[in-house]
Design a protein. Structure first.
Length: 717
């Protein structure tokens, strides 16, 4: 967690370590860089503290440059809500409200104004009172020696000094108060507001000093012209018998100094600005008219004359503020943050910048293998990426090298033959003759991290080996792949993972495309396919037509494998159940009635009877769905399967929950997933290979079919 403050022009400050970056108030580019900084650091949420006059541009418009680019949830605390804003003020606040997931205000009146003046629904607004230190209920005399005011009554006003604070009205009231309580001292604590000081210097403070001298009360007025620490603030407030906020304007929805005074259990006099009327209701303070020194004098005299009334008022204020101490406020903020993230999960959206620049593609992307080559070294393809750079620390997996081998073989060109050899060599290296299984994880220094990998990784390796045999004419590749396939396929019959069965079936059928008479492999394929059919018949129901009691990852591969095995073995029952399960799955992977593809998210998946995880959406799901739907189209000739395949493919190009492309045409890579607020910018092997496999599957359709699909999608878009 870190903070980003705003620097006033021609000023600099000594910030604590929590400050990582600084905004230059009037430099628009500074706000752009801050947004980039927040985005690439992967922050979960941004909390904006908004006040007019802090940010640059008309009515602080520059902050919008930052907010429009943010990819994570935004919660904004509004310190000022105007009842009669000018055009710029209204425009800025309304856009901030639109860009924010939640709004926080510190009073009910501010929430009412947001609804009545700006049309912002109350459901988007959290009212969290201004937080206050958790101070003990103390006798003011305990602190008075700090200011040399022992034995005297102390009246206090603190905060940044400016003409709208109305301090002159308290000074004008002092002669009447001192006539009855000559031992009273008025402390004015706080530096001059920096904006006022920049324009006028100390003219206002000097005028207050001159007024005090003119009225003969100079010795009874103490000016403390500086910022004070939290510890000093406790002492200042603690020493006060009466706290006064004599502000001159009604339109103030929050006063932090007033909140702190209530939290300390002070007797309070205030003018009737909005926040004061709310906080001081029910006898928690005295309200006096604006610009009325006589009323201030009368109220102060009444409180000083009656200790019992003053102490009762103090107690009411103190007890009221217990719900607004800093720990309580922090808990309320955390609840708002959690609500913002949960709502973003339910209603994801793109950034304003992404939405403005997205040009949804209705054509197949151009094949680009640059990132595939970048991720591949002399060992194989690396597992993960840092943005578009290979992440060597995470090493390699058999899973990804098997996927890469499938892609390299399907590319079917002499320029990629070297890749096929490299990935096949990796699979040979991964196979453990002692166990008859593939190892999966290989560190960057070429050390295997386990004796046997997962059943799924073994199944993917078999799929890749079968693909080599069924799709290449390179005798060397086919020979090496065939021998390794012979070593590997017996283990498949011992597996318990349905996905391992599915991957193995895909590999066995690719093998059988080249060696259709191999009865042993036919038998193994049929064995695994019957297992899939059996678990489907036992697990499915009218409302849950699936192989298991949950949907997790690579889901469509189960339907694809059953459909493929049924079609090749002429088992109509398998074909029907493969289509039935796939039809149910694609129906579950849509946004309502739209054609927007929404794969099952990996943040919880989808258990029968439970909530469907919407995020994180993974490219591997879109890839699997495309392959299964295209197979269903070839088997049934039903056109709707083409539409489903195209819907899933367009997910890569930006037709998704956020309207952001995952495929990066500049690198040829694919980003790792879709979060509720942004894409995962890392372009790992699984994601990139999933896109390339999907693209090759789409390109495998006959050209007239592809052209017709593209034309129809262009028209409908």
């Amino acid at each position: 967690m870190f903070a980003i403050p705003v620097n006033d022009p021609e000023s600099s400050y000594e910030y604590p370590e929590a400050v990582r970056l600084e905004l230059e108030q009037e430099e628009c580019s500074s706000y752009q860089r801050a947004a980039d900084f927040l985005n690439f650091n992967g922050n979960d949420l941004v909390c904006l503290q908004h006040e007019y006059g802090i940010f640059g541009g008309p009515a602080g418009k520059h902050i919008l440059t930052l907010l429009r680019r943010l990819k994570m949830p935004l919660v904004t605390t509004l310190h000022t809500v105007l009842r009669e804003p000018d055009w710029d003020q209204r425009a800025v606040l309304e856009e901030i409200a639109q860009l924010s997931d939640r709004l926080i205000v510190m009073s009910e009146h501010a929430a009412d104004l947001l609804q009545e003046v700006y049309g912002i629904p109350r459901g988007k607004v959290d009212v969290i009172p201004h937080g206050v230190p958790d101070l003990p209920f103390m006798d003011p005399n305990y602190f008075k020696d700090q200011f040399g005011t022992e034995g005297k009554s102390v009246v206090l006003t603190f905060g940044l000094l400016s003409p709208n604070k109305g301090v002159e009205n308290v000074i004008n009231a002092l002669p009447a108060i001192l006539a009855i309580h000559p031992d009273l001292v008025y402390i004015i604590s706080g530096a001059t507001h920096p904006h006022i000081k920049r324009r006028e210097g100390e003219r206002y403070r000097d005028s207050l000093r001159a007024l005090a001298e003119e009225l003969g009360v100079g010795p009874n007025v103490i000016f403390n012209n500086r910022f004070v620490s939290t510890e000093e603030l406790v002492e200042h407030v603690g020493a006060a018998d009466i706290y006064i906020t004599p502000y001159r304007q009604e339109a103030q929805v929050v006063s932090g100094t007033l909140a702190i005074a209530i939290g300390a259990g002070k007797a309070i006099i205030s003018t009737p600005y909005w926040h004061a009327k709310e906080l001081l209701a029910d006898g928690r303070g005295i309200i006096v008219p604006f610009d009325d020194p006589a009323a201030i004098a009368a109220a102060a005299t009444a409180l000083l004359d009656n200790d019992a009334d003053r102490h009762a008022m103090r107690k009411r204020a103190y007890l009221y503020a217990r719900a607004t101490t800093w720990p309580e406020t922090a808990r309320a903020y955390m609840a708002s943050f959690q609500r913002a993230r949960a709502e973003r999960m339910l209603r994801p959206r793109a950034t304003r910048e992404d939405a403005a620049t997205l040009e949804e593609s209705a054509t197949l992307a151009r094949l680009n293998t640059h990132h595939l080559l970048s991720m591949t070294d002399d060992t194989g393809i690396l597992q993960h990426a840092i943005f578009s750079l290979p992440n060597c620390l995470e090493g390699y997996t058999t899973d990804d090298n098997a996927r890469a081998l499938i892609v390299a073989v399907l590319l079917n060109g002499s320029s990629h033959a070297g890749l096929s050899r490299r990935y096949l060599t990796f699979l040979w290296h991964a196979f453990n003759d002692k166990t008859g299984r593939f190892r999966n994880f290989l560190s960057y220094d070429r050390k295997w991290l386990e004796p046997s990998g997962s059943e799924d990784s073994h199944g993917r390796a078999m799929w890749a080996l079968g693909t080599v045999l069924g799709n290449t004419k390179d005798a060397g590749l086919r020979g090496a792949a065939g021998r390794l396939f012979e070593k590997a396929f017996p283990a498949a019959s011992t597996f318990s993972s349905p996905r391992a069965w599915a991957f193995s079936i895909l590999g066995m059928q690719a093998y059988l495309d080249w060696f259709p008479g191999d009865r042993v492999v036919q038998g193994a394929r049929n064995l695994l396919a019957n297992r899939l059919l059996d678990i489907y018949m036992r697990a499915s129901s009218p409302g849950w037509k699936w192989f298991e009691t949950s949907l997790s990852y690579s889901n469509a591969r189960l339907s694809q494998a059953l459909l493929l095995a049924g079609h090749q073995s002429k088992n109509q029952r398998m074909v029907e159940m493969g289509c039935e399960s796939l039809r149910w799955l694609v129906a579950e992977q849509h946004r309502g009635d739209s054609d927007i593809f929404v794969p099952i998210g990996s943040m919880g998946f989808f258990a029968e009877g439970g909530e469907k995880a919407r995020f994180d959406q993974q490219p591997v799901e879109a890839c699997a769905t495309i392959a299964a739907c295209l197979l269903a189209y070839r088997v049934t000739a039903e056109r709707h399967w083409l539409d489903e395949a195209w819907s899933a493919f367009r997910w890569f190009l930006g037709a998704n929950d956020l309207g952001i492309p995952l495929y990066d045409p500049a690198t040829g890579g694919c980003r790792d997933g879709l979060h509720p607020d942004r894409v995962n910018e890392n372009q790992g092997a699984e994601s990139t290979l999933s896109f390339l496999m999907a693209l090759l599957d789409m390109q495998s359709l006959e050209a007239p079919t592809v052209d017709t699909m593209v034309h129809e999608m262009s028209v409908s878009s």
